[in-house]
Design a protein. Sequence first.
Length: 125
Amino acid sequence: MITPDSSPYRILVCDDEPHIVQILKFTLEREGYQVFTAENGKVALDKAREVQPHLVLLDVMMPVMDGYEVCRKMREDFKMNQIPIIMLSAKGDDRARVVGLEGGANDYLVKPYSNDELLLRVKNV
C-alpha cells in the first residue's frame, strides 16, 4: 500500500489519453491533491486497490476494461465500494449518463468540461 505524502487527498485519474491525464494531473496537483494515474481499466482497478484513493476520476471509453465495468467492479469490492467515482466521458447522451449513474458513479461529467466545473465537482464529492 502506498502511504500518502503531505497531501491529505488522493485522486486516481483513469484515462487512456495521455494529454488528458497530464492536464488533469497538473490541475489537481496545483490544487494540492496527490494524483495517481491509470491508462486502462485493469490498471485502474489494480491501482485503486493499492492506493485506496479518496476519489476516482474515471473515463468511460478505455481499453482492456471500460469505465462502466471498472465502476461496477469497484462497487462490488468491499474495500473499494465507498470510494466516490466521477465518470468523465465524451458520451453525453442521456442513456450513457444513466448507465454510469446506475452502475454506481456519484457524478458524470461530459467532455469537454471546464477546469472550474471539474474542481467544483471534485470538491463536492
